[in-house]
Design a binder for this molecule. Structure first.
Ligand SMILES: [Zn+2]
Ligand SMILES: [Zn+2]
Length: 246
């Protein structure tokens, strides 16, 4: 299982970069998790958009879905240009009916619902979902293959219960929107200490901090998270890659 960070910014993208977007690849299957602002541009540095098999969306905030509309347009223009018409599968939750219905487009993109009641099988990936603490319905997810598993917190305030869902994951991709001492509870975001605590409680092998703030020094987030988590901690950047193989 290969993971590539496409975008990692909180709220809006830094210059030439993107907000939330993570590419998961296994056995030739290519799945994008979240599709924020700038993701369609950045993703093309790693794959041909035509090769994208599916998209999984954690929730319908713009920094996670802003580029869904232009991903639709890619399919339309490919159809008129070369007759390419492989429909794109987009998985989302149905707790925001408007958000969910906007995922389908003509016969070129089809929305499929997921819930936290049953695993979703997407190509070689098995995905289980857990609701997070966020102002709108949002789901964290455990993405597994035979080779290992990744837990992605999506957007969430500190929620110790997420640790049981993430137990012994090979990699935790945790949102870290704030520095230690800043309280993101009301906004539904974690700080560096909370991300470290969650990774420690989950006994994660490694921690990748993402959804990073537009202020301060990101290196400080790593040292703060390490006060609670003994494993390797890194901050996300465009093109950060990891391969999990056992
Ligand atoms: Zn959000
Ligand atoms: Zn967000």
């Amino acid at each position: 299982m290969k993971i590539t960070v496409i975008g990692y910014w909180h709220g809006y993208p830094g210059a030439g970069e993107a907000t939330s977007g993570y590419l998961f690849e296994e056995e030739g299957y290519k799945m994008l998790v979240d599709c924020g602002s700038g993701v369609v541009s950045s993703l093309q540095q790693y794959i041909d958009l035509k090769d994208l098999d599916s998209v999984v969306l954690s929730h319908y905030h713009n920094d996670h879905i802003a580029d869904i509309g232009v991903l639709h347009y890619h399919r339309v223009l490919s159809y008129y240009g070369e007759g390419f018409e492989k429909p794109l599968t987009i998985y989302g939750h149905q707790e925001d009916s408007q958000g969910f219905s906007a995922l389908s487009y003509k016969n070129l993109a089809a929305a499929f619902p997921y819930t936290d009641q049953a695993p979703l099988m997407a190509g070689p990936f098995t995905i289980t979902f857990v609701k997070t603490s966020h102002p709108v319905a949002c789901y964290g997810m455990r993405i597994s293959t035979e080779k290992g598993s990744v837990f992605y917190t999506a957007d969430t305030g500190y929620m110790p219960a997420l640790a049981s869902h993430a137990q012994h994951c090979d990699l935790m991709i945790a949102e870290c929107s704030l520095f230690a001492g800043q309280d993101g509870t009301a906004a539904g975001h974690m700080n560096s200490h909370e991300a470290g605590k969650l990774a420690d409680a989950a006994k994660a092998k490694e921690l990748l901090l993402t959804h990073l703030p537009h202020f301060g020094n990101h290196k400080q987030l790593v040292s703060e998270a390490k006060e609670y988590f003994q494993g390797n901690v890194e901050t996300a950047h465009a093109g950060w890659k990891k391969t999990i193989e056992q």
